[in-house]
Design a protein around this ligand. Structure first.
Ligand code: 2M8
Length: 432
C-alpha cells in the first residue's frame, strides 16, 4: 500500500467520532451533509462498517418531509459559528426531534455515495441489505426536492442560500449580494481563529449569509415562503448535477433490488425532464459552459467556474457539448502553469487563487471532474486531474484547498488533515 494512502487513512481515523466524521478538527466540529457522502466513499476502501454508519447517521437526521440538513450538530462544541442556537431548526414543524441541525441543505450526494459503497463491497447481498432502507430515505429526499424546490416544474431545483451550494463564497454570488441590504450583525467569527482570515469570506459576506437565514427563520423555514421571499434563489449546475447523478444511482440500485416499479418510473421521469431542461436552460453557448441561473432576479449568471464542468459526471452533456466544455476548461483553467481545476475562472478579474471558493483547487470537485472526464473518455485530461490532485497533497498535505498556480503556492489553505481530501485521494489512488 502506498504511503500516501496510509496517511490518508490516518486522517480519516482521527476525524471519526461516534458514528460520523467531522470534516476537520476545530474549524468544522460537526457532521456536514456532502462531506459525509465523500468521506463514506473513502472509508468504503478499508472500513465498510464505518462507511455504512457514516451514511446511516446522516440519514437518521432526515426531517419528516424528506429534507436532509446541511449540518447536524451532534455535540455542543462552540468552536464554530453559526451553531445550533443561531440556526434553530426546531422552528420547522417537521424538523428532526432527535438532532439539532441547520434549516438548509447541501448538494445531494447520498444517492451516488450509496452506489459507490455497493460497487466497492465484496459482499453484495450484505451491502444491499444495509443500504436498502437508506435508498428509500434518499428517494424521499429527492421527492422533497422535486415537490418543493422546482418552482416552474422544469426539473431544476433551486438553492436558497450560498451555503447550500457548497461553493460558499464563489464570485458567482457577488451580483446577488449587491442586491441585498444586509444589517451589520454583531457576532463572533470562529473560523478566522483557526484559519488565516485572508483565505476566508469577509465580514460583509457573513452579514449576507446570516441575513438570508434570518429571513428563512422568520417564516419557520417554510419552503413556499422562502421561494417567495429569499433574496438568494439560484439554479446551480453543480447542485442539480449531484441530484441527477444520485437519481441515476437510485435507479440502478432499485433495478438490482427489484420490486420498486413505481419508484423506477418516477426516477426515469425526473431524469428525462431534468436533463432536458439542464441542457436547454443552463448551457451558455457563447461561454461554452454551463452556468448558474438567478431565479430571484430572472437572469443567467454568466460566469465559468469549476461547477460549470461537473455535469460531465452525470452524463448530462451531449458529445458535442462535452467537447465544447473541454475546450473552455483547457483554455481557461488548463494552461501548463496551472493545476486543474481552479474553482473559478482564472481569466476573470474576480479570480482570487488564495481565497476559499474564489479560485483555489478543491479535491472533491476534482474527484467529480475526474469521474466525469473518464465517463466521456477524455482519458488524458482525467489523468491530469487525478495526478494534479495527488501532486498537491503530496507536496502540501491533506489541506482543504490549494493554490491553482504551480509556481505560487507555499502551503495548502484552510483546514489541514481534511477528511474529504483524504477520502477522495484514497479513491483516486485505487482507481486505474
Ligand atoms: C465549507 O462551508 C462551511 C459552511 O457550510 C463553512 O465555511 O463554515 C464549504 O466548503 C462546504 O462546502 C463544506 O461542506 C464545509 C465543511 O467542509 O465547509
Amino acid at each position: 500500500m502506498k504511503e500516501l494512502q496510509k496517511q490518508a487513512m490516518k486522517v480519516l481515523e482521527n476525524n471519526w467520532k461516534d458514528g460520523f466524521s467531522i470534516p476537520c478538527q476545530n474549524l468544522y466540529p460537526f457532521q456536514w451533509n456532502w462531506d459525509s457522502g465523500f468521506i463514506a466513499i473513502g472509508l468504503a476502501h478499508f472500513d465498510m462498517e464505518k462507511a455504512v454508519k457514516e451514511m446511516e447517521t446522516l440519514l437518521d437526521a432526515q426531517w419528516d418531509n424528506g429534507f436532509i440538513p446541511h449540518i447536524i450538530f451532534h455535540t455542543e462544541s462552540d468552536t464554530y459559528f453559526p451553531g445550533a442556537d443561531f440556526h434553530c431548526s426546531h422552528l420547522h414543524p417537521l424538523a428532526s426531534k432527535k438532532y439539532k441541525s441547520t434549516g438548509m441543505t447541501q448538494p445531494p450526494v447520498a444517492g451516488f455515495a450509496l452506489h459507490e459503497l455497493y460497487k466497492k463491497s465484496k459482499d453484495k447481498t450484505q451491502i444491499l441489505k444495509a443500504i436498502e432502507p437508506m435508498l428509500h430515505k434518499v428517494y424521499k429526499n429527492h421527492e422533497y426536492f422535486y415537490n418543493n424546490r422546482d418552482l416552474h416544474n422544469e426539473g431544476l431545483v433551486y438553492i436558497y442560500h450560498n451555503w447550500e451550494s457548497g461553493t460558499d463564497n464563489s464570485p458567482l454570488w457577488d451580483d446577488i449580494f449587491k442586491t441585498m441590504q444586509s444589517p451589520d450583525f454583531t457576532f463572533e467569527r470562529r473560523d478566522t481563529t483557526h484559519v488565516d482570515a485572508s483565505q476566508r469570506p469577509s465580514k460583509k459576506e457573513y452579514d449576507h449569509y446570516l441575513n438570508i437565514i434570518e429571513i428563512a427563520k422568520a417564516h419557520n423555514y417554510n419552503d413556499q415562503k422562502i421561494a417567495e421571499l429569499s433574496p438568494f434563489l439560484v439554479q446551480d449546475p453543480l447542485f442539480n448535477t449531484m441530484l441527477i447523478k444520485s437519481n441515476e444511482s437510485l435507479l440502478e440500485l432499485y433495478k438490482i433490488i427489484g420490486n420498486n416499479e413505481e419508484k423506477i418510473q418516477q426516477l426515469e421521469a425526473w431524469q428525462a425532464k431534468s436533463i432536458k431542461s439542464f441542457n436547454e436552460k443552463l448551457f451558455n453557448k457563447e461561454l461554452g459552459a454551463y452556468i448558474h441561473y438567478d431565479l430571484r432576479n430572472e437572469k443567467p449568471l454568466n460566469y465559468v467556474s469549476s461547477s460549470s464542468f461537473t455535469p460531465l459526471y452525470a452524463g448530462i452533456p451531449t458529445k458535442e457539448y462535452a467537447a465544447v466544455l473541454i475546450k473552455t476548461m483547457m483554455e481557461k483553467f488548463g494552461k501548463d502553469h496551472q493545476y486543474l481545476c481552479a474553482s473559478f475562472d482564472p481569466t476573470s478579474e474576480r479570480y482570487n487563487p488564495r481565497k476559499y471558493w474564489r479560485g483555489p483547487v478543491w479535491i472533491n470537485v476534482n474527484w467529480i471532474l475526474y469521474n466525469g472526464l473518464k465517463k466521456y473518455e477524455f482519458t488524458q485530461i482525467a489523468e491530469r486531474v487525478k495526478n494534479d490532485s495527488i501532486a498537491l497533497v503530496e507536496k502540501f498535505g491533506f489541506y482543504e484547498y490549494f493554490d491553482a498556480r504551480k509556481d505560487e503556492g507555499e502551503t495548502g489553505y484552510g483546514g489541514n488533515n481534511f477528511s474529504w481530501t483524504a477520502a477522495l485521494i484514497i479513491d483516486m489512488l485505487n482507481d486505474n
